[in-house]
Design a protein. Structure first.
Length: 430
């Protein structure tokens, strides 16, 4: 079988790498000629540790190719994975325009049987829509099947997750499609779930929404910890030892961001509303996440009295370390608010960059943490990059105007920071 990946973003590029690594002939298709030219040279257009080297390896071997010619690509491949974006619409529901476009392209260009596999995160019932879109665009009644095969990748750890999956979920109503997908995934030893397309689609949303719930629960609990003078990190440690709870996603901080959790929680809530079901817990999750960045800003504002004309250093822009993804990053909300209150904002992130919006021209983007710290009256740590923990903070203190440190990720050792002379505030670290 020859595999076509439509969409060469985070999910598409990783999926292409996985199948090339396991021995299949793979082609990546994208309408963005710039991305395709970079990929043909074995270069990624985003940051993901370890992925570029594997892409380059398989481009060089000839097992992995890239193209912008969708008509020929669709004709020549047996299995087609849909890995295009499904961003949020203004009302919070998923925008399926790219999925629909890909499905219609398949319908117009196919000249024989195709297995179409949805890797993108899509609302429940999308598999049925894709079938209709393909059928409506067909010029002849060629047979095809549509299956759901959601991804469970973590940005920053995509290579590890892709090559060592903790589960493979297949949603299909076809035995033929099931067998084809099992053949594609034959090297992987992990639990398999073969279910209906609707169930597979909901498993993805339910999984991300539950993880987001753990994050918001700990962030809300951290606010109580501050009032009770209790360390939330010790609470998390005690909770995490219970195997029914587990230690992952119990770290209090500025809230979740990125390309998955915000839009997936929002879409699941919108789906529930369309079906007249109230998901009160998830609505609370969204509200906590929406306001969490402001909770830390309130602490900083109280310390400084006002942000106006104060120099504030932001350490970290990406929503998490080991990625350059700034989608829904809490740091952006903090920067926006600081600019609104007329602060002098300095920023340093080792990889991520601000979007090219005119509103960010007032931000001084620095090339090192030391440059960003010079003269600062407050530091707000937004991303837990390891280099921030390794920094000589005793030496760095001499660069500051005032040693006020607001740790949005509870990364630093609070006792040590206070001992060397910082006013230190974390979240739930009273």
């Amino acid at each position: 079988m020859k595999i076509l990946i439509i969409g060469t973003g985070y999910v598409g590029a990783t999926t292409a790498m996985v199948f090339a690594e396991t021995g299949w002939q793979v082609t990546g298709l994208d309408i963005d000629a710039g991305k395709i030219e970079r990929l043909k040279q074995g270069r990624l257009h985003f940051h993901e540790p370890g992925l570029e080297a594997l892409i380059a390896k398989h481009v060089q071997s000839g097992r992995l190719q890239f193209t912008t010619d969708k008509e020929i690509a669709i004709k020549e491949h047996d299995v087609i994975f849909l890995c295009v974006g499904t961003p949020s619409l203004p009302d919070g529901s998923a925008d399926l325009r790219y999925i629909r476009q890909a499905a219609e392209d398949i319908g117009r260009s196919m000249k024989g049987y195709k297995l179409v596999v949805t890797k993108s995160t899509v609302p429940v019932g999308t598999q049925e829509k894709i079938k209709k879109w393909i059928e409506s665009a067909q010029q002849a009644a060629y047979p095809f099947e549509v299956a759901s095969n959601p991804e469970f990748l973590r940005e920053g750890k995509a290579v590890k997750d892709a090559l060592n999956p903790d589960r493979i979920v297949i949603g299909t109503d076809s035995q033929r499609a099931t067998e084809q997908l099992k053949k594609l995934y034959w090297p992987f030893v992990c639990p398999w779930i073969v279910t209906t397309p609707r169930t597979a689609e909901l498993i993805k949303y339910a999984s991300n929404s539950f993880l987001a719930t753990k994050i918001s629960y700990m962030n809300e609990l951290a606010r109580l910890c501050d009032e009770l003078e209790v360390d939330v990190t010790e609470i998390a440690e005690g909770m995490g030892l219970d195997p029914r709870i587990g230690s992952s996603f119990l770290q209090a901080g500025l809230g979740y961001g990125g390309s998955c959790f915000p839009k997936d929680v929002s879409e699941l809530v919108m789906t529930s509303r369309k079906h007249h079901v109230h998901l009160g817990i998830l609505e609370g999750v969204m509200e906590v996440n929406r306001t969490q960045y402001a909770y830390l800003l309130d602490k900083a504002r109280s310390r400084l009295t006002s942000f106006a004309d104060k120099t504030v250093t932001i350490l970290g822009l990406a929503f998490k370390p080991d990625t350059d993804d700034i989608r829904e990053a809490p740091a952006l909300r903090i920067i926006d608010q600081l600019l609104l209150e007329q602060a002098n904002v300095r920023l340093y992130d080792p990889i991520a960059a601000l979007p090219p919006h005119g509103s960010y021209r007032a931000v001084k983007v620095c090339t090192s943490a030391e440059e960003a710290l010079r003269g600062a009256e407050a530091i707000i740590l937004c991303t837990e990059w390891p280099e921030f923990e390794r920094l000589d903070w005793k030496k760095a203190k001499k660069l500051l105007g005032q040693p006020n440190f607001f740790d949005g990720r509870n990364m630093m050792n609070a006792k040590r920071m206070r001992r060397i002379g910082y006013y230190y505030q974390g979240i739930g670290k009273a």
